[in-house]
Design a protein around this ligand. Structure first.
Ligand code: SAH
Length: 219
């Protein structure tokens, strides 16, 4: 906030990138450029505008959340996207993560459980001029087989185990980034499809809302 009270979002965004991302070891230039470009204030509820660049997740409609900026950046970095990548996101939510992906990859496909959230996100991304994002309202735990294979798949909700249907929709060399664990705490995992199978890597502890659906939490 400046002394006059009007928030300077561009300045807050630069500070977020420097203090929350670069200082904590996010170095991928494409990810940092995307985080510098997408106006997070357009994705939060009006009540949370003063916290648009806070170092935390924030509540959105339907009891869901927009993820912490650092988590968005780290998960995107783990996907190792290129300008030719086709990427699938499970859990559109506010659409913020989809916008970050859309700055880097060629095509983004994103699936949301709640129609209300999907429609809001689609409108935001259209207003911001993104033309490479395709939306769907469905159970994303099953992936999007008609559009597979994907170079990257990112799940922005916590799964009880690695969703096998998503692994099968990876291209060889493709990467799945997914929080796996209990309903309250998970471990961020990355699964890489190789010529002969799948390699699993564990990263750090995290806390996401539940992944619903057939390969998620049933209740
Ligand atoms: N990526 C979002 C974070 C959303 S929180 C953002 O940047 O704002 C997780 C989202 O996953 C919620 O919106 C929730 O409704 C959605 N979700 C949960 N289970 C799902 C499923 N099986 N298929 C699609 N979306 C799901």
């Amino acid at each position: 906030m400046d002394p006059g009270g009007a928030p300077n979002y561009a300045q807050e965004r630069e500070r977020m990138v420097a203090e929350q991302l670069e200082r904590r070891g996010v170095h991928d230039p494409a990810v940092l450029a995307a985080m510098r470009r997408v106006p997070r204030e357009r994705f939060v509820l009006p009540a949370y505008l003063p916290q648009a660049y806070a170092d935390s997740a924030l509540a959105i409609d339907c009891g869901q959340t927009i993820s912490q900026p650092y988590m968005v950046a780290r998960m995107t970095e783990l996907l190792e996207l290129t300008p030719d990548s086709r990427v699938l996101e499970i859990g559109t939510g506010s659409g913020y993560q989809a916008a970050i992906l859309a700055c880097i990859a060629k095509e983004v496909y994103t699936i949301e459980w709640y129609l209300k959230l999907m429609l809001q996100a689609a409108q935001r991304l259209e207003e911001l001029g993104f033309t490479n994002v395709t939306f769907r309202c469905a159970d994303g735990s099953l992936g999007w087989s008609e559009k597979a294979p994907f170079d990257g798949i990112i799940v922005t909700a916590g799964a009880p185990q690695v969703p096998r249907k998503l692994c099968q929709q990876l291209a060889v060399g493709g990467k799945l980034v997914v929080p796996v664990g209990g309903p309250l705490d998970q471990t961020l995992m990355r699964v890489i499809r190789t010529e002969s199978g799948f390699e699993e890597e564990e990263y750090f502890g995290c806390r996401f809302v539940k992944l619903r659906g057939e390969e998620g939490w049933r209740q």
